[in-house]
Design a protein around this ligand. Sequence first.
Ligand SMILES: Cc1ncc(COP(=O)(O)O)c(C=O)c1O
Length: 453
Amino acid sequence: MAVTSPPSLPAHPDPQLDAILHGGLPHELAYAFGGPFHLLLPERFDANVAAFRAGLDEAGVIGRVYYAKKANKAAAWIERCAVNGTGVDVASLGELRQAVGQGVRGENVVVTGPAKADDLLRVAVLQDCLIAVDALDELDRVITVAGTLARPARLLLRRLPPAQSHSRFGLDDAELATALERCVDAAEAVRMEGFSFHLSGYATQPRADLAGELVELCLKARGMGLQADRISIGGGFAVDYAAAGDWERFTAVQGPDDYHTGKSFTTADFYPYHSPVAGADALRVILTARPSGSGAPLADRLREAGVMLLMEPGRALLDRAGCTVFRVQGVKDRSGYAILTVDGTSLSLSEQWFNSEYLPDPVLLTTGDRRKSGPVRACVGGATCLESDVLTWRKAAFPVRPCPGDLLVYPNTAGYQMDSNESPFHDLPLPPKAVVDEADGRIRWRLDRRPPS
Ligand SMILES: Cc1ncc(COP(=O)(O)O)c(C=O)c1O
C-alpha cells in the first residue's frame, strides 16, 4: 500500500516510558490480563504536583493544589495526594469516599459540582471539606445541613465567569450579593473562606483577570465581617502532547480523506494537542499576568491582600503519567488502508465520544520481525458490533503492517481518556490498571488498589 506523507502527530518523546514499553512488560501484561490495560506512572504525578508547588513558591504566593479527581478514577493518584498532603477536588459522594478512604484529610478536600446532594453536603461538613457553592438554593441547603450538625460549613462562593456568562455554573453579580448577605446572616453556621471559578478553555489571561476580580471580592466580603482569605481558579491548565511543528503540519494537512468513512473533523473541535504554555508554566504565566491588563501582577495582588491561591488541575497533573495498551486482534484491508480491530473498545479513549479524535499517534509494538512488510495506514476499531466504536478514525501511519498479537499503545491517556466513559459493554471486562514504578533499579508493577465504594 502506498503511503503519501500521511498526517501524523507523534507524542513528545518519552525515553523512560519507551524503555518500559520496549522491555517485555507490555506483552507480559497483555498475556496476564488477556485484554487491554492501562499503565500508570505515579512518579510523574508527583513531579507534576511538585512543579505546580514550585510555581507558587517562585512567585512567593501561598497556595494549595487540589487534584481534580474526575480526570482519572485510579487509586494511585489519591494515594500520592494522601501521602504528600496534596488536596483533592471531588464532585460526588463516591469521589469523596474514595479520597477520605485512602487517607486524604477532609480539610484537604474541595467539593465542586452543581446542586450537591444533601448526603454529600453532610459528609463534607462533617469532614471539614471546603464546599464550592454553586447556587443560592444550594447555599441555603449548606446552611441548613451545617445548622443540623451544629458544625460550621467551610465554603467558597463560585463565580459565574462574566466572560462565559452562558455557563450553567456559578453565581452572577446579583446572586453573589445575596449570597454574601446570607453568609453574614448565617453567622456561626458558615465559614465563608472566599470565592472560586472554573473557566472553559486554556487561556491564561482570562484566569488572571477573573482572579484579580475575586481578590477584590475578598476585600469586599471582609468588610462585611467574613473570612474571605482564599480564591480558587479551578482547573484548565493545558497539556502539551506534541511538538509545535508537528501540530501545525497536522492541522494544515489533515482532511476527510485521512479518516475511515471520509469522516471530517474541524480543527477547532480537536483538543489543542500542542500548547506553547502548559501545566505549571501556565500557572507561572497567570501569576505574572496583570489582571485586566494593568496594575500589579496577580502574585503581588494576592500577597498584598493576604489571599491564598487554590487551584484544581486534573489533566495537567496526569500529563505523561499513563498510557493505554490494546492487543491487535484482527487486520483486514480496505482500499488504500487497513482496519485494525483491537481487543477493547473506544470507551477506554473518551475523546472519541466528543465528536473528536484522540490524535497523538498510537505506537505499534510488534511481536516479530516485520521489517519486510513496509509501511501501512490503518484505522483502529473496537471489538464490538458498533460502527461508531472506533478508537482511531484516522488512517494512521504505521512503519510496518500490524499483525494479530501486536500491541498498540495510546500515549499520555491518563488525563480524562482512560476511564471517564468505560463500561463493561458486551460483557467485556474493564481494563485493569497496572501501576508501574522502579525499585532497586528494577521496573516493577502492581494492580491499582481501589477501596470498595
Ligand atoms: C470545577 C472544576 N475544577 C477543576 C476541573 C479540572 O479541569 P482540568 O482537568 O482541565 O484541569 C474541572 C473540569 O471540568 C472543573 O469543572
